[in-house]
Design a protein around this ligand. Structure first.
Ligand code: NAD
Length: 259
């Protein structure tokens, strides 16, 4: 089985990791639908189309059942049956928990968790009749390890990790796999904004990453392409960190040896 001509939906694809995934899948021959609440989604899809890919941009909100259902209908009528859903849209409300507005908590739960449910539900409703498909949730290592000042985000991503495993088992008999990709720190506007919001310098964090580099969207896109392929048909319910070893590592303050 080749990915050529198959249809992928990528949420949150107007920039950052989602756009990188859409670019790579389109260059693998997939017909890609970029879905985003931002009006920049049309420009992002046009950029892929200009480079020779088959891409459409659809504006909508992952937290709205109506938007999501309409988006799947549009994708099916313009591109064909959906083979791959990449749940990538995300937000990072940031600040101390004691002062966290209720709206910030609700936003994290709505976009980072409920959006994954709504899009996955719409996808499996359409994949089950075809007895096949792939879902990949772009979660975060923040759902495994603790990051301070982002309690809603971390809780939502931890829930996405378990959602991934639960849904994988439920839909396995239908030939649908569900996996999660857990990025570590990746150079995107989201990361930069979240560091500025906490008054931190991004480059100070490099020492936390054993490979000595931040991830790039292309690192994640390569794994998504593999998850979508026939080579990964027996892989489901897995959480794979793409983080340069960050989630496994505690930097040591090594004491100077006594002279
Ligand atoms: N950048 C990192 O270091 C990092 C690390 C771990 C996990 N992640 C995860 O990767 C994913 C992508 O992150 P990114 O860094 O590319 O972020 P980004 O902010 O560059 O992109 C996120 C996209 O999601 C869209 N979006 C937000 N709310 C939406 C909604 N309600 N409906 C539809 N689209 C919506 C935004 O408009 C934006 O285009 C997120 O789920 C994030 O949590 C990122």
């Amino acid at each position: 089985m080749t990915l050529d001509g198959r249809v992928a939906i990528i949420t949150g694809a107007s920039r950052g990791i989602g756009f990188g995934i859409a670019e790579r899948l389109a260059s693998a021959g997939m017909r890609v639908a970029l879905y985003d609440v931002s009006p920049l989604v049309a420009e992002a899809a046009a950029k892929i189309a200009e480079a020779g890919g088959k891409a459409i941009g659809i504006r909508g909100d992952v937290t709205s059942r109506r938007d999501v259902q309409a988006m799947f209908d549009m994708v099916e009528s313009e591109l064909g049956p959906v083979w791959l859903l990449v749940n990538n849209a995300g937000v990072i409300p940031t600040g101390p928990t004691a002062d966290m507005p209720e709206e910030a908590w609700d936003l994290a739960m709505a976009v980072d968790l409920k959006g994954v449910f709504l899009c996955s539900q719409a996808a499996i409703q359409r994949m089950i009749p075809h007895q096949g498909g792939r879902i990949v949730n772009v979660s975060s290592i923040a759902g495994l390890i603790v990051r301070t000042g982002q309690v809603g985000y971390c809780a939502a991503k931890a829930a996405v990790n378990h959602f991934t495993r639960c849904l994988a088992i439920e839909v396995a008999p239908h030939g649908i796999t569900v996996n999660a990709l857990l990025p570590g720190m990746t150079r995107t506007e989201l990361l930069a904004d979240s560091f500025v919001a906490r008054g931190l310098n991004l480059d100070d964090m490099l020492g936390m990453i054993p490979t000595g580099r931040f991830a790039e969207p292309a690192d994640h896109a390569a794994l998504i392409e593999w998850f979508a392929s026939d080579a990964a048909r027996q892989v489901t319910g897995q959480l794979v960190c793409v983080d340069g070893g960050q989630s496994q590592f505690m930097p040591l303050m090594v004491a100077k040896p006594a002279t």
